[in-house]
Design a binder for this molecule. Structure first.
Ligand code: 5AD
Ligand code: SF4
Length: 493
């Protein structure tokens, strides 16, 4: 009988991708994925350390499994990813029933680590070197490059996939733990990225999202002295047959070069969407964050994006309540958000992270209550801006890559009723669109007329007279029960 694996993933797209790769390697060892930790032989938590809240959630989940592990000592519990890399000792102390602690650079070893626990019945640990523990090449090597095995069932949908462009980050923003846990920035060779994209296209993938902590800093130096930039990579991937859309996240404002913006403008498969976190609208705060730009620079960068790429949609991240953020500093951020026309912004309350420069140098002096209020205030401003930004699409027709039934529809689950199904998808500018349709539309790119909009969603109608055809074999496959469950994100049992 197949051994059963449960994996819980928190954090960014990078973690979603890491989990896909771990599941890929374990499936090849005969594991099948289950939806409930209690039914699994191996329980893995792929963790995030960016904010304390994410860590506490994992400790709490581990706590609830303590009794289960006592009753079933043969079950294997693993903590993998950022928290494992950063806090191996602490995880051991707070959750002594954990069998595997495996850092980011060692994920390829998971099958071997599981076998070792089974053999020795003792906990095993595998983490990469800390950034100050050895020379840069040695540290780089200890973050073993690991993207060999893709696993379609773990993707956002069967026709969308993430592809990593680089590991790590070298920016060292003072609040951020990522450079310590994900290690030095290392671009993957373009030919590896191309080969992986070709393989994904052969598996039916239509949209790839290139992921890197600062994806637009991507630079690969070849042995012969040539350099491949992100713009060059976009040209390279644009030729892959079957790939219809290419996105990339996340961008660093200082590295938003004209060659990249021109590539976004000139390549029809590249989405006109840029996620470029500003973090703050106040120069003093930006300096304390060591973001390496001023708000004036950021505003000019936005203007440049819009001048070069007409109709580009831009989104951002902000941290409120960073050390020393006065009411006046916060007002500067409110002004930026009110004026910048972001499609949306992700807003976070500052969470001090041991191991970062900010934790060492500055006092976390903004009270929690103030952080909460600023978060709500900024969100209210952004929502107003998003509302206006979304409503300008009303009356226009957009191309939507259909992802599947909307979450709300699935929650209400009127599937058996036989009426129209509320479907969801995204435009080339990353706007979410919902419309009444049919499950079989998932994976197709369709013209939709936008008739209404909220702050987060465009509401549309399938264009009149639009007919869709599907080859008979695909129709048969589509109607099979497992395929239906997978498409709907339902548990595969
Ligand atoms: N506290 C709060 N938010 C943070 N981010 C990164 N580090 C912290 C922190 N210590 C946010 C930034 C980043 C996003 C992924 O997480 O806004 O862009
Ligand atoms: Fe963290 Fe800054 Fe690197 Fe982004 S650019 S991962 S915020 S250090």
């Amino acid at each position: 009988m197949a051994r059963k694996l449960f994996i819980d993933t928190v954090g960014c797209q990078m973690n979603v991708l890491d989990s896909e790769l771990v599941v890929g390697s374990l499936r090849r060892q005969g594991f099948e994925v289950v939806e409930e930790a209690r039914h699994a032989d191996v329980i893995l938590f792929n963790t995030c350390s960016v904010r304390q809240h994410a860590e506490e959630k994992i400790y709490s989940a581990l706590g609830t499994l303590r009794g289960h592990k006592q009753r079933h000592p043969e079950k294997i519990i693993g903590v993998i990813g950022c928290m494992a890399q950063k806090d191996q000792e602490l995880v051991r102390k707070r959750a002594p029933h954990v069998d595997i602690i495996c850092g980011l650079g060692q994920l390829a070893r998971i099958p071997e680590l599981i076998a070792e626990v089974e053999r020795c019945r003792a906990p095993v640990y595998a983490v990469s070197l800390g950034r100050s523990e050895a020379s840069r090449p040695e540290v780089e090597q200890s973050f073993e490059s690991y993207d060999p095995m893709r696993e379609p069932s773990m993707r956002p949908t069967r026709f969308q996939a993430f592809v990593r462009t680089q590991f790590g980050c070298d920016k060292f923003c003072t609040y951020c733990i990522v450079p310590s846990v994900r290690g030095p920035e290392q671009g993957r060779p373009p030919e590896h990225i191309l080969a992986e994209t070709q393989q994904l296209a052969e598996q039916g993938c239509k949209e790839v999202t290139l992921v890197g902590q600062t994806v637009n800093s991507y630079r690969f130096k070849h042995g012969d002295g040539r350099t491949t930039r992100l713009s060059d990579l976009l040209y390279l991937l644009h030729d892959v047959a079957g790939i219809e859309r290419i996105k990339f996240v996340t961008n660093f404002p200082r590295d938003m070069t004209d060659d990249l913006l021109q590539a976004v403008r000139d390549l029809p498969k590249v989405c006109r969407y840029l996620h470029v976190p500003a973090q703050s609208g106040c120069n003093e705060v930006l300096a304390r964050m060591k973001r390496l730009y001023t708000v004036e620079y950021y505003r000019e960068m936005l203007a440049r994006c819009r001048a070069i790429v007409p109709e580009v949609a831009i989104s951002s991240d902000f941290i409120v309540g960073f050390c020393g953020e006065s009411e006046e500093s916060f007002q500067r951020t409110c002004e930026l958000v009110a004026q910048a026309g972001f499609k949306n912004s992700f807003i976070f309350k500052y969470s001090t992270r041991p191991g970062t420069k900010a934790n060492e140098l500055f006092l976390d002096d903004v009270p929690e209550e103030t952080k909460k209020r600023r978060n709500n205030d900024l969100l209210a401003i952004q929502n107003k801006v998003s509302f206006a930004e979304h409503r300008r699409w009303i009356g226009r027709s957009v191309e939507v890559l259909v992802e599947g039934p909307s979450k709300r529809f699935l929650e209400k689950s009127t599937l058996e009723a036989g009426g129209p199904i509320q479907m969801t998808g995204r435009t080339m500018t990353d706007h979410i669109v919902v419309f009444d349709g049919d499950e079989r539309l998932a994976g197709q790119t369709l013209p939709i007329d936008i008739v209404d909009a909220s702050s987060f969603t465009l509401f549309g109608l399938l264009k009149d007279g639009q007919a869709w055809s599907m080859p008979a074999a695909a129709r048969e496959l589509e109607s099979s029960e497992p395929a239906r469950q997978q498409r709907l994100g339902l548990p595969m049992v």
